[in-house]
Design a protein around this ligand. Structure first.
Ligand SMILES: Nc1nc2c(c(=O)[nH]1)N[C@H]1C(S)=C(S)[C@@H](COP(=O)(O)OP(=O)(O)OC[C@H]3O[C@@H](n4cnc5c(=O)[nH]c(N)nc54)[C@H](O)[C@@H]3O)O[C@H]1N2
Ligand SMILES: Nc1nc2c(c(=O)[nH]1)N[C@H]1C(S)=C(S)[C@@H](COP(=O)(O)OP(=O)(O)OC[C@H]3O[C@@H](n4cnc5c(=O)[nH]c(N)nc54)[C@H](O)[C@@H]3O)O[C@H]1N2
Ligand SMILES: [Mo]
Length: 699
């Protein structure tokens, strides 16, 4: 392995300067390799590692200003205890011992009656294995707390892809430079997958056609060769129409199909009903667009798809992802490293999750499983009730759907709530005790990625700011207070990092923590010209690409691809659409990372204020002009924003870049006041973009 060496040279000139190797912890497919320059104990600069092939020396605007996050004036520096009513954010400073003693006493009290009344609430504020899923999981498993099914983001697509390909596998993103056609599908990489976008641009320079498939003319769609603005949640229909043309016109690879797929005959029969005209009508586009897309896809060699999570935040999102994932096997696109599809690379890693999380510590009678996407109902109506929550790496009041219910839950006087975070988030305002968390510059971690194939090490660059502690240390100290005696509760962070890569899997061959730390990163032991399914080898039960899925059948789901419509598209629910005729999308704002960074001046200034993008026809119908203040509403709630009439959303669709902290909005609300707790067809996933609304001028 050629380790990056450039960093040390930067420091060589000045003895008070050192350069520390780090990894971006945020929930983004790029998982960048970073170099942190530290002078006299202060981090002065964070930059992309120029030698890391995917990061290639550049960071996004947010993370290139990372020191502003770690040294932010509103950083939490001490444990706090609530003094006023819940939700008001009134706190007094307390000491760590007092805070942890109180938490342990309260947890013991609740656990004595029923440990399932305790709920961990964590998501992906950091994606490092140590701070995301190690000591915390051990702690809650040993306690017998309710288990959390983390469904906020990706589980519909994950289980959809799994049905077809067998797991979270796909193309190596570094090979897209050689693709001749790239379908950028439900994905806005300029905002959310920047280092993939640089590969797509390189492919374009080499002659590739880039097609954006998105109801919204995103920054990315604007720069593609073609933009297909279909109706939200109709992607499965588009893929079925494409298959009809591909099969009908013989643009398929019969040799690949016969060797490496399951159920083609049944698929061929099934697909007859899905004509391009049928698909076009569902998608709200022209029939010729469907036909031409299929022909382009069937003839360009190699053809690649970058599928992303935007398309699966709908009631039919899982089956849509499964259906789209059938395309490359039909055309044999997998034969080339620059052909195929990628949603996530996560399953290539094979970290030792059992050692990290120790599910064996759970009681024999497994505690109940709580769906994160239904948190509002859970906190207000679960039986037995949730009586204590510990929130970390998560800002549920801002990010979970159906805020009215979520807030009602967090407002309960009888709910004991601890929030561990670096900032006083919308959720922290409801905490009984707030614990200050370190940022990535202050703790160890080890990372996989869901958008490339490298393992990364993160070493602390600076001492913890204030009295903040890593999540691992908080749970270590809590475990001691709870009297948990298993030796795993005394593992150091570096012990845990070693365990993560100790599974013995071939993809981790030659990897050890000491050299990872020194080099910062290492590619998985996969061939350079990685073409995962060039010769079959799918991870499904049959070992083939499953056009026909027995696993879906066993769940009572149609085993063949079919169109599963969204719940709140006007054609799915004409009754509701009479009141609320517009589809509401709330995808990531470029300067925020979910709700992270939204509290920092630089990024909030860059985003301006909460805004709603509309098509001029939809605006005119409602007497709305650019710059007006508008109220967005449905039966679940409302949110006031500034109208931007810019024709970027297709007619009938409105878009609010998100996720704003409620406390920075004029009406203390955000997009999730509108979204529903309905879950998708697969994986119990959230359906943020399956949401009908109406908008009016606000007075
Ligand atoms: N700057 C920034 N980067 C981020 C994030 C962030 O908040 N900010 N979030 C990170 C996280 S957690 C994730 S999961 C990813 C998300 O990033 P992506 O996976 O790219 O997903 P989204 O941004 O949710 O949606 C992408 C596009 O899908 C479109 N879309 C919505 N509904 C549909 C549909 O039904 N069909 C189709 N074809 N398109 C649709 C949206 O208009 C949007 O332009 O980004 C990560 N990167
Ligand atoms: N309306 C709407 N809602 C959405 C989405 C959308 O597109 N539209 N996107 C959804 C998606 S894709 C996702 S992934 C979720 C994301 O939801 P979350 O995973 O909750 O992400 P964030 O909002 O960034 O909040 C993470 C919190 O973790 C904290 N944190 C970071 N690192 C650490 C650490 O080391 N220790 C501790 N204790 N805390 C830490 C951060 O400061 C931040 O407050 O939101 C979902 N919500
Ligand atoms: Mo996400």
């Amino acid at each position: 392995m050629n380790a990056p060496r450039g960093a040390q040279q930067l420091a060589a000139a000045d003895a008070t300067v050192k350069v520390v190797r780090a990894a971006c912890p945020h929930d983004c497919p790029d998982t960048c390799a970073m170099l942190v320059t530290v002078k006299d104990g202060v981090a002065v600069k964070v930059q992309g590692d120029p030698l890391h092939p995917f990061t290639d020396g550049s960071l996004c605007t947010k993370v290139s200003h990372y020191t502003e996050r770690s040294y932010a004036p509103d950083r939490l520096k001490h444990p706090l205890q609530r003094v006023g009513p819940k939700g008001q954010g009134g706190f007094k400073r307390i000491g760590w011992d007092e805070a942890l003693d109180e938490i342990a006493a309260r947890l013991k009290h609740v656990a004595a009656e029923n440990p399932e009344s305790i709920l961990p609430l964590s998501y992906a504020g950091t994606m490092g294995m140590l701070q995301y899923s190690s000591m915390d999981r051990r702690f809650f498993h040993r306690l017998g707390a309710s288990q959390l099914d983390r469904t906020l983001c990706s589980s519909a697509g994950k289980f959809g892809i799994k049905a077809t390909l067998g797991g979270s596998y796909g193309m190596d993103p570094e090979h897209y430079v050689d693709s001749k056609l790239i379908l950028i599908w439900g994905s806005n990489p300029i905002t959310s997958n920047l280092h993939f976008w640089t590969r797509a641009q390189e492919a374009k320079r080499r002659g590739a056609k880039l097609v954006a498939i998105d109801p919204y003319r995103s920054l990315t769609a604007e720069k593609c060769s073609q933009h297909i603005a279909l109706l939200p949640g109709t992607d499965g229909a588009l893929a079925l129409g494409m298959m009809h043309v591909l099969i009908g016109e013989g643009l398929i690879d019969r040799d690949y199909i016969s060797r490496y797929t399951l159920g083609f005959d049944l698929l061929e029969e099934r697909i007859k009903q899905y004509s391009p005209a049928w698909a076009a009508a569902i998608c709200g586009i022209e029939t010729e667009v469907v036909v031409q897309l299929a022909r382009d896809y069937g003839t360009a060699k190699p053809a690649a798809i970058r599928l992303n999570y935007g398309m699966q935040r709908h009631a039919g999102g899982g089956i849509a992802a499964r259906t789209i994932a059938c395309l490359p096997a039909l055309t044999g696109a997998w034969r080339d490293p620059a052909g195929g599809i990628l949603l996530t690379t996560a399953d290539n890693y094979n970290f030792d999750h059992a050692a990290l999380e120790r599910p064996d510590l759970m009681p024999a009678k497994r505690p109940r499983v709580i769906n994160h996407s239904r948190l509002g109902d859970v906190l207000t109506a679960a039986e037995p009730p949730v009586r204590a929550v510990i929130v970390y790496n998560n800002n549920p009041v801002a990010v979970c759907p159906d805020s009215t219910k979520v807030i009602a839950g967090f407002s309960r006087e009888d709910l004991f709530c601890v929030v561990m975070d670096s900032f006083l988030t919308d959720t922290a305002d409801y905490a009984d005790i707030v614990l200050p968390a370190t940022t990535q510059l202050e703790h160890y971690d080890i990372h996989k990625s869901y958008g490339h194939l490298y393992v990364l090490a993160n070493s602390p660059a600076i001492a913890p700011v204030g009295e903040s502690l890593p999540n691992t240390e908080v749970f270590r100290r809590l475990a001691a207070r709870m009297g948990f005696e298993e030796s795993c509760f005394r593992d150091s962070d570096e012990d845990i990092a070693r365990q993560a890569i100790g599974s013995g899997h071939a993809n981790l061959a030659g990897m050890d923590w000491e050299s990872l730390k020194q080099n910062g990163w290492q590619r998985l032991a996969l061939p350079e010209n990685f073409a995962p399914f060039a010769q079959g080898g799918f991870h499904t039960p049959s070992g083939k690409c499953e056009f026909y899925s027995n696993a879906l059948k066993a769940q009572g789901i149609d085993p063949l691809p079919f169109y599963n419509p969204p719940a709140e598209l006007p054609s799915s629910n004409p009754q509701l659409a009479k009141k609320y005729p517009l589809n509401f999308l709330s995808p990531p704002a470029r300067n925020f990372l979910n709700s992270s960074f939204a509290n920092l001046r630089r990024f909030r200034d860059a985003e301006g204020e909460p805004s709603l993008e509309l098509h001029s026809e939809d605006a005119a119908k409602r007497g709305i002009s650019d710059g007006d203040r508008v109220r967005l509403f449905n039966d679940r709630g409302s949110f006031t924003l500034r109208a931007r009439v810019n024709d970027k959303p297709r007619r009938g669709v409105v878009v609010a870049p998100s996720v704003w902290w409620k406390k920075f909005a004029r009406d203390r609300r955000n997009a999730n006041d509108l979204t529903s707790q309905r879950t998708a067809d697969l994986g119990g996933a959230a359906t943020y973009y399956d949401c009908l609304v109406e908008v009016e001028r606000a007075v």
